[in-house]
Design a protein. Structure first.
Length: 127
């Protein structure tokens, strides 16, 4: 079952993006949009709408993010497995929630990185 979802990616290099294009095609997944550092102050809801308001550069965490919007569970599972094979470091995988819709990209990345650090500190693998 194909959804009308979209992935939003941050921190991936060009080689990984090319790999992601193949993953989307081969697995018949919804497409993706790249998020840039100059979008740090944009709200997640505006990114989803396709609004592209460039803000000033702000210090963002050095990480990779895959943000799923309106994906069905099977699509998320397929995407995560495939993306782990092409990513040079373990991305943070997250889904858009009613709460995160109102956050800026910077706020979301800061929060997700705090959660990841907690999991790593407490001995969870694959965090």
């Amino acid at each position: 079952m194909k959804s009308n979802g979209r992935m939003f990616i941050y921190g991936f290099d060009e080689e990984e993006i090319e790999g992601l294009k193949k993953i989307v095609t081969e697995n018949k997944l919804p497409g993706f949009s790249k998020i840039d550092k100059n979008m740090s102050k944009m709200k997640i809801r505006d990114l989803i709408k396709g609004v592209n308001v460039l803000t000033y550069d702000e210090e963002l965490p050095d990480c990779r993010l895959v943000l799923f919007n309106k994906f069905v569970d099977k699509e998320i599972e397929t995407a995560i497995k495939a993306i782990r094979t092409i990513s040079k470091s373990s991305p943070i995988f997250a889904t858009v929630t009613p709460t995160s819709m109102n956050w800026t990209l910077k706020s979301l990345l800061d929060e997700l990185n705090k959660e990841r650090e907690w999991y790593i500190k407490n001995g969870y693998k694959n965090a």
